[in-house]
Design a protein around this ligand. Structure first.
Ligand SMILES: *[C@@H]1O[C@H](CO)[C@@H](O)[C@H](O)[C@H]1NC(C)=O
Ligand SMILES: *[C@@H]1O[C@H](CO)[C@@H](O)[C@H](O)[C@H]1NC(C)=O
Ligand SMILES: *[C@@H]1O[C@H](CO)[C@@H](O)[C@H](O)[C@H]1NC(C)=O
Ligand SMILES: *[C@@H]1O[C@H](CO)[C@@H](O)[C@H](O)[C@H]1NC(C)=O
Length: 955
């Protein structure tokens, strides 16, 4: 009886809907068919009338569906061929739905009104259907970053209105199609501004018909394919070209001599091919900004005369190109020059850095040439200069900074700072915005395929990008509070990657409409970056999981099932499903609430780990967060291991790098050490002690999160593993830093701390080679009552262990002093304390002869120190080390005395112990002023009618 009434109500409801529907019946059923193939159609898509009910992402004109804009909607499934029934459709954008897979249906060719077909960053595969060539009105075709295979369909050549053609980053193969009378080809696309075909598997030669003087191409991108043969001289006929990329192919032969007819060209990438013959003559290329010619087989030639004549040049990459002779000093005076890489060439004579060199210079890398002299009359070049592998560096013992190859800088080069506020501490999943509010940002990655700068540390380009993004969002009424950019980096394809976060205005997350509006401005290229810094880009949106208007958290429940169930009249089933979702959601909520309110919820005091840790300043991280920051604890992020487990590198959403020490699962022995380390470290703050940022107690894991110290351990540097060359002054500086860190622990920390495990693997080096004391797993705080000593079970590392402590079990600060003495001996010998059964303290004691120079220890000292000029103060350093390893603790100096003595030795060596050494990290310079503008933004293809809404136009 009851179910009969239900059924009756349902019938009435369905009838009412049908009467009220505005949407064309064919369109309505086509959309429902699309939804039925998707596991996760947007909520609200169950209702009867797409136009009338305002389905998310559907735009209508009258009763007809004219746009489907659903980027970043977490769609999963296939694209149904029924889409072809939407005969009035003008725009289709399904970008950034990685779960959309399967082939593109051939019937898509029936959408004759389509102008924009945008499927960026989905999972579509199989060949691109040739029927795409029937979309006569198409202006914008973006199929990039999918898994398409097969050939470029020649029928694309029929799209005479096409302006934007992007098939990059797929698995396309075979030749580039050109017309031959009977079949069409890309050469027919006279209105096209953009050929983007990079990162595919295209092969064969580049047909010379591909280019002609009637074309209006701006960007021709064929990088990272398998193209062979020569670069056709017809390329020189396309005068409109601004960016040309053919790098990373197998191209050969001579470069066409008319390249320099391309006077609008600003980015030319031809590196990593097999080009032969002379270097091209680029005289007159007044717009050329970025030139990549590295790693080709050019004939040897003198430094080209056009070097100093390219007024816009910022970046020159000509590694291994057989260039010889002297580089004219005039070249470095080009006003916008930032980066010059001429490694592995035959440059010789004197390198002249005259006053007046470009103030924007960041790097001149001339490794492995034959330069015999540096004339730096200005005396103060302020960029990175590398001359290692040149005769000028071959005299033994040269300590000039330009003779070492600096370590790649691993600290982030930029991250949007907070705007005059302190970052909020947010619950898991939320992030503090630049305005210090917690929210779920929309995130994604910009990939720039051309740039007008190469100094990635220069913040002005990012600041300009942030401002232009905010202006854009505001003028398009998209509810954005702020944006942040982080972690600029070059990928192996010479693309600049940059992380973007967009924070919601007034809410803590975006609704679906807002997310698709944001994603669309990137997928459709409606947003254009500041033209004086950035060239062509693509954007990849990340999955957004926190839509504010999602009624259900459980994404697995398919709308299709609900529709099916309801249509079948099984109302009871529907109610059960809804009840189940509700219960599940409540449970999830309850779990989340517990975890949020108490980060120590999983701290079990019974498991021999003592009471809940008392912390100052360190924050709790969830397991999920750390998993995300370390890319699921990937091997690539594994940076070390020990008895306790592994150390991973992670990247916070701000771009800041962190080091995560992850205890081995179930390592109970580590439990106490873990807690000690958190409690102690959260209280110590000193620049020579590694700082603790947080910890994780989640899911039976024990992890400690530290600041990331980029240059590894002292042990890595002494053994040569890290590639950092430690001369005498650097060693003194490191010894002083370590001593100051330890002095702080002994004398200034409250309570004082005995480290108990001082050794070279526990001294870390930052990017300025500041030493930082790390690893407090064995450390002991000294309470007032136990001032003097503590009796404890002996722990430490063999070779560094104080023999007196070992025998008496009485632990004092002097045990650390002993270990520090061993460390000092390690610093001068680069030998481990016990090597092949020999104990370093004993060996030095026996070999030492104070009447001889260097105490007769030359044999044992590390040759890298360099003895051309005797290292000043070395004897005193040995004296200090030996006093630290006196048998009896009372005869050893305190760490305070050790610090003073090292400072004295540094002064003897002509160093200022209180000087900050020059930073090797990026400096933030003034904005690039007066760089020629990037004409890239003057494009008018983009959809200009504003964001399509779901509103029904009055009839
Ligand atoms: C293009 O370059 C070629 C060879 O360098 C030259 O002969 C020709 O005059 C140039 N054409 C134009 C239109 O500048
Ligand atoms: C530099 O190399 C060129 C070409 O090999 C040679 O002619 C010239 O004499 C060399 N100059 C010096 C200063 O060695
Ligand atoms: C170094 O360069 C200056 C010009 O800046 C020049 O006057 C001087 O003669 C040069 N010295 C040598 C040794 O080439
Ligand atoms: C979604 O967000 C947009 C922009 O803030 C707003 O205009 C719209 O009303 C919201 N829609 C819903 C269903 O909340």
């Amino acid at each position: 009886m009851a179910s009969a009434i239900w059924l009756l109500l349902l019938v009435v409801f369905v009838q009412v809907s049908i009467i009220a529907a505005v949407t064309d019946g064919g369109d309505s059923s086509a959309l429902k068919s699309l939804a039925a193939d998707w596991k996760s159609a947007p909520p609200g898509w169950g209702s009867a009338d797409p136009c009338g009910d305002g389905w998310v992402g559907i735009g209508c004109t009258g009763s007809r569906v004219t746009s489907i804009i659903l980027p970043n909607m977490n769609l999963e499934g296939d694209l149904s061929g029924d889409i072809s029934a939407l005969s009035e459709l003008q725009q289709l954008d399904l970008s950034y739905n990685k779960g959309l897979t399967g082939p593109l249906p051939a019937s898509i060719g029936n959408l004759k009104k389509l102008t924009n077909l945008i499927l960026v960053g989905c999972g579509f595969n199989g060949p691109i259907p040739g029927t795409i060539g029937s979309l006569e009105l198409l202006r914008f075709l973006s199929l990039n970053s999918n898994a398409f295979t097969g050939r470029i369909p020649p029928t694309v050549g029929n799209l005479s209105n096409l302006y934007w053609l992007d098939m990059a980053d797929n698995q396309l193969e075979g030749p580039i199609p050109v017309s031959d009378g009977s079949t069409p080809g890309l050469d027919m696309l006279l209105n096209a501004g953009h050929f983007h075909f990079g990162k595919n598997k295209l092969s064969g030669t580049i047909p010379s018909q591909l280019f002609n003087s009637k074309m209006t191409l701006i960007h021709v991108l064929f990088e990272s394919n398998q193209l062979t043969g020569p670069l056709p001289s017809t390329l020189g006929l396309v005068k409109t070209l601004e960016v040309v990329r053919f790098d990373n192919n197998l191209l050969s032969g001579r470069l066409p001599s008319n390249l320099n007819n391309l006077t609008s060209l600003h980015d030319l990438f031809l590196s990593n091919n097999e080009f032969t013959g002379p270097l091209p003559d680029l005289t007159g290329m007044s717009s050329l900004n970025t030139l990549y010619l590295s790693n080709n087989s050019f004939a040897s030639s003198d430094v080209p005369s056009w070097f100093p004549t390219l007024p816009s040049l910022t970046t020159l990459m000509m590694e291994n190109t057989q260039v010889q002779g002297e580089v004219p000093a005039e070249f470095f005076k080009l006003p916008h020059l930032q980066t010059v890489v001429l490694k592995h060439n035959g440059l010789n004579g004197t390198l002249d850095i005259e006053p007046g060199f470009s103030t924007q210079l960041k790097l001149i890398d001339l490794q492995s040439n034959s330069i015999s002299e540096l004339n730096d009359t200005a005396g103060t070049y302020n960029f990175d200069l590398i001359l290692a592998g040149n005769p000028v560096c071959e005299e033994t013992g040269t300590t000039e900074p330009y003779c070492t190859v600096p370590q790649p800088n691993s600290s982030p080069l930029y991250s949007t700072p907070s705007k005059n506020c302190l970052p909020a501490s947010c619950s898991s999943g939320q992030v503090s915005s630049p305005t210090c509010r917690c929210a779920h940002p929309y995130t994604g990655t910009f990939q720039f395929r051309g740039l007008l700068f190469s100094n990635l540390g220069n913040s002005s380009s990012y600041v300009a990008l942030e401002q232009s993004l905010m202006q854009f969002f505001q003028s398009h009424q998209i509810p954005v509070d702020s944006v942040s950019l982080s972690n600029p980096r070059m990928d192996p394809f010479e693309y600049l990657l940059l992380n973007l976060r967009v924070f919601p205005y007034g809410e803590d997350s975006f609704n679906r409409t807002a997310v698709s509006m944001i994603a669309f401005v990137f997928s459709n290229q409606t947003y254009k970056p500041p033209k004086n810094f950035f060239g062509p880009y693509v954007f990849q949106g990340d999955l957004y999981e926190n839509f504010s208007d999602d009624p259900k958290k459980s994404k697995k429940t398919s709308i299709a099932i609900i529709i099916g169930a309801a249509a079948g009249g099984s109302v009871l089933f529907l109610l059960l499903v809804l009840a189940g979702i509700y219960a599940y959601r409540q449970k999830k909520r309850a779990e989340m609430a517990t975890n949020k309110s108490n980060p120590f919820a999983n701290w079990d005091p019974k498991k021999s780990s003592g009471s809940i840790p008392q912390l100052k300043g360190a924050r709790a991280f969830s397991f999920e967060e750390l998993k995300k920051y370390t890319n699921n604890f990937s091997d690539a992020n594994d940076i070390g291991s020990g008895g306790y487990g592994k150390v991973y590198r992670g990247t916070l959403p701000t771009g800041e790098l962190i080091a995560i020490k992850r205890a081995q699962q179930g390592s109970m022995q580590g439990g106490l050490e873990f807690k000690t380390e958190i409690e102690l470290l959260s209280r110590v703050h000193h620049k020579n002690v590694v700082s603790l940022l947080g910890f994780c107690f989640d899911r039976g894991e024990q992890m400690l999160i530290y600041e990331y110290v980029p240059n590894g351990s002292l042990s890595d540097s002494l053994s040569g593993k890290s590639g950092i060359r430690l001369d005498w002054t650097r060693r003194l500086k490191i010894a002083l830093g370590a001593a100051r860190g330890l002095q702080y622990l002994h004398e200034l920390a409250n309570p004082p701390i005995i480290h108990r495990d001082i050794k070279s693997t526990n001294i870390l080096l930052d990017d300025r080679l500041n030493a930082k004391v790390a690893d407090f797993g064995l450390s002991k705080p000294m309470g007032d009552s136990e001032k003097g000593h503590v009796t404890t079970q002996v722990k430490g590392t063999m070779g560094y262990l104080d023999p007196e402590y070992y025998m008496t079990q009485q632990l004092t600060e002097k045990s650390d002093v002993y270990s520090f003495g061993v460390l000092l001996l390690e610093i001068i010998t680069a030998r481990r304390p016990i090597e092949r059964g020999k104990y370093i303290v004993r060996e030095i004691r026996v070999a030492m002869d104070k009447t001889k120079s260097l105490y007769n220890l030359q044999e044992m000292l590390d040759s890298t120190i360099g003895f051309a000029a005797p290292p000043k103060g070395l004897e005193k350093f040995v004296d200090l080390a030996m006093s630290c390893v006196e048998e009896s603790a009372v005869d050893r100096p305190t760490m305070g005395e050790v610090v003073k003595e090292i400072e004295t030795i540094m002064q003897m060596a002509g160093m200022n112990p209180n000087a900050e050494s020059a930073s090797s990290s990026a400096t933030y310079e003034e904005a690039t002023k007066g760089v020629p503008l990037h004409p890239y933004s003057d494009e008018s293809f983009a959809y200009s009618g504003g964001f399509p809404t779901s509103k029904v136009e009055p009839q």
